[in-house]
Design a binder for this molecule. Structure first.
Ligand SMILES: Nc1ncnc2c1ncn2[C@@H]1O[C@H](COP(=O)(O)OP(=O)(O)OP(=O)(O)O)[C@@H](O)[C@H]1O
Ligand SMILES: [Mg+2]
Length: 498
């Protein structure tokens, strides 16, 4: 029997007295993909950070390659033991190039001088393994989120680790990139490496996973052979009950036109070309398409995040000018962005400060923030959205990924909205919390708000929206009635390059 690459037993970890892990066990064998599953805040990332030396455990035993690991393992030691981690939140330096990021702190030098040429060549090799045809001397800030994620993956691969932790690697990837990543995972497996795989996209597990371990509320629930279980069983182990309905669609009779976008163009990113559409009160309008279709650019332009746009926006029949996000907010057009860490949150501020940030007028008087009102409003939102946090004073960076997403949503729900735009609203959100987010979206719909959703998950588009606009290459290629279409038709229009 081969020695376990990782064996963790009786792991305990608390943050400020609140338990995040209690008596958790986990092991990883050579040549396997072992999925670690659980709801948002279940403790998955915390356990991985303990294994990779980012956090120290309070108690419990950890063995790497059969050797008992001292208590104060640090990230450098973990790396030298062959542990590589692709973190859930991107950790790249945006102002450095791809190559500089991949080899950060491990630069190629010749007599003390940086050898950029060699570094670029080496980077190119790793980019190639992932089928990426991009130049390694491009700055990371110029890449879309999905490519940044791929660079993060290259970085870990370049460390030649034999224990590779992937914390939600696919949440921002396109279908093709996922395909390429899975091929690489297959090769790593053949090479006898072990992969710990965390994902909320349960459908993709069957493509790569050998075993699954489920955590719930910081406790170990069960480890199963993937071939001997099914998604329903896994989901009920994760949430502690059976979920009946994944998409709680509601019927609301559609009201008047709230938003009219006419001949709208924006030069940013992949660009948006002469796009026109209407949005009605009480309607959920989905924007489908492959990544890079221009959907994010469109919603950024409509909500004032990108400038130099052309065309007309009418709100409730009146022509409006939206030059910046403040204009949009004033008009009641809110956007929950795709990249929450960069555009949606101040992670060094508290949950309460983040959630009330756009609503200071509501919680202050004579320019002074009324703390009791701030905490009342925040607590309401925490309850409504079931945000898992020890207190509203918790720093946002300490919340689990999915709970951070709920904070971004909560920010806008405080205000009187006309139009709410969600860009990938359930990315990184667990199955049960997804339903909570859908219920929030339904609540907006019920209140006559026009909702736009950009989503790459077709089941979500089909399950929740009333109409679907399909985009490709910055243009609209189809407008479909959700109840009368299907995945194949949407994909057909999503690949209609003109
Ligand atoms: N540095 C920290 N300080 C305080 N609390 C923390 C810290 N890191 C994690 N926690 C808490 O520990 C719990 C487990 O969080 P963790 O990030 O491990 O969850 P997760 O399973 O990865 O969730 P998700 O699927 O949302 O990423 C959460 O309640 C979180 O708020
Ligand atoms: Mg996590």
């Amino acid at each position: 029997m081969a020695i376990d690459l990782v064996r963790a037993e009786h792991i305990y970890k608390a943050f400020s007295g609140v338990a995040a892990l209690e008596d958790v066990a986990f092991d990883l064998k050579p040549g396997e993909v072992h999925a670690l599953l659980g709801e948002n805040g279940a403790g998955k990332s915390t356990l991985m950070k303990i294994i990779s030396g980012v956090y120290t455990r309070d108690s419990g035993d950890l063995y790497i390659n059969g050797n008992k690991i001292a208590h104060d393992l640090n990230p450098q030691q973990a790396q030298s033991l062959g542990i590589g981690i692709i973190h859930q939140e991107l950790n790249l330096c945006p102002h450095l190039t791809i190559a500089e990021n991949i080899f950060l702190n491990r630069e190629f030098t010749v007599s003390g001088f940086l050898n950029s040429k060699k570094q670029n060549e080496e980077s190119k090799k790793y980019l190639k393994t992932l089928n990426l045809d991009i130049e390694p001397n491009i700055r990371v800030s110029e890449l879309p989120v999905s490519k940044q994620q791929m660079v993060e993956i290259c970085k870990t691969l370049s460390m030649n680790a034999n224990i590779i932790i992937m914390d939600e690697p696919t949440s921002a990837l396109t279908e093709k990139e996922i395909e390429d990543l899975f091929k690489v995972i297959g090769l790593l497996k053949k090479d006898g490496k072990g992969i710990i795989y965390i994902s909320h996209r349960l459908e993709e597990l069957s493509r790569i996973v050998d075993r699954v371990t489920v955590l719930r509320d910081g406790r170990y629930v069960k480890t199963l052979q993937f071939a001997e279980t099914n998604l329903n069983e896994i989901i009920s182990l994760m949430v502690g009950r059976t979920l009946t309905e994944k998409f709680p669609r509601i019927e609301v009779s559609r009201g008047e036109r709230v938003l009219e976008v006419k001949d709208f163009s924006s030069p940013a990113g992949v660009g948006v070309k002469k796009v026109s559409f209407n949005l009605y009160k009480g309607e959920i309008l989905a924007f489908a398409g492959l990544m890079g279709a221009g959907r994010t650019e469109l919603v950024r332009a409509v909500s004032g995040a990108d400038k130099s746009t052309e065309g007309e926006i009418r709100l409730n029949g009146k022509s409006v000018k939206i030059h910046n996000p403040a204009d949009a907010i004033r008009q009641g057009v809110f956007c929950v962005p795709e990249d929450r860490k960069k555009d949606g949150l101040c992670v060094k501020m508290t949950l309460a400060e983040n959630i009330t940030m756009p609503s200071l007028d509501i919680i202050s008087k004579w320019g002074v923030i009324l703390r009791h009102l701030e905490s009342k409003k925040t607590n309401e939102m925490v309850r409504n959205l079931k945000i898992k946090t020890p207190s509203i004073e918790q720093y946002v960076r300490n919340l689990s990924g999915g709970n951070q997403q709920k904070v971004v949503v909560g920010k806008w729900l405080m205000r009187n909205a006309q139009v709410v735009i969600f860009d990938e609203p359930t990315r990184g959100i667990d199955v049960a919390s997804k339903i909570e987010i859908y219920n929030i979206i339904n609540e907006l719909k019920r209140n006559g708000i026009g909702v736009m959703i950009v989503s790459s998950e077709l089941p979500e588009v089909l399950g929740m929206s009333d109409r679907v606009i399909v985009m490709c290459n910055g243009r609209i290629t189809a407008e479909l009635n959700t109840l009368q279409t299907n995945q194949e038709e949407i994909l057909h229009y999503a690949t209609q390059y003109t």
